[in-house]
Design a protein around this ligand. Sequence first.
Ligand code: PMP
Length: 352
Amino acid sequence: MSRFFAERYRDLAPYVPGEQPRDRRYIKLNTNESPYPPAPSVAQAVKRAAESLNLYCDPTCTALRQALGELLDLEPENLIMTNGSDEVLAYIFLAYGQRPFLFPEHTYGFYRVFCDLYGVEYSRVPLREDFSIDVEPYMDSRYNVIFANPNAPTGRDLPLSDIERLLNASPDRLVIVDEAYVDFGGSSALGLMGKYPNLIVVRTFSKSRSLAGGRLGFACAQKELIADLEAIRYSQNPYNVSALTQSAGLATLREEVYYRACAEKIKHSRSVMTSGLEALGFTVVPSKANFVFARAPGLSGRALYEGLRARGVLVRHFEKAGIEDYVRITVGTPEETLALLAECGKVLEEGK
Ligand code: PMP
């Protein structure tokens, strides 16, 4: 760190993304990407868009918001498009950080990072023993609330009735539901948007739409909230979604059938992975996401992570009190799932 770095950032603990190693080929089950490539028409659309890269992209993302609005039955004014959903999450903490935030002790790590970066007060609420969210402690209306649903890294889903309780607790605080993983079987709060002016739903193209490297996310909310977030966006980076990404996003939306089929394949592999791990004696948290959170019998989370890594399989381990015995495993292709199960079996044998 240099002596020029602003005093207020000296203690910042930045977000640590999952490893993206290039040293050898791994079976990569550590960052919840889709194992399936984008539909072929997406690459073709990007290639065409590349011919006009001398021009700035559309700062309003009009075509994309229109197409997405048609798909989700929303007006374009209910949508803001961003460079991954991380960017819209940042805007949310910037825009609404005057009121402190509550979020689960174990959830997406960036919520804490954004609070620290922008000086937003926050408090973390323990999960239940089974890793589900108990909404009772979140009823305190002095706080905005944010959580992922399904939650990460647990994969557990919170029922809509609980989300409505949070929304009804006070019209003066916001409830932000991060639905990064909703397409793998979660229950979406989108249908509640018309009824609740204090709801923001955040989504991404990174998981079920195979576009993690393209960086495209969005938020849905009533128009006034979207106007706030647009004010932040235009004050920071109006050309936040590149021309290549806008064209990729638009092409993606025309391939719903393909992406639904990919999500179905992932759900099937998730059940194969879950029963396979259980047969090996693992404890597996029931998941509605494209990953499972699991604990090996008689082996620490770190030992399992390291054993699998040595065997060419990458999973994610969090060195955090309460979840250190677990690893988060992204659901891959059927072949990757079988390889993962075989390698887990070997690591367990070695650990005996
Ligand atoms: N929310 C959650 C819960 C996530 O796990 C992730 C992925 N790391 C994101 C948001 C951000 O995804 P992206 O910026 O790729 O849209």
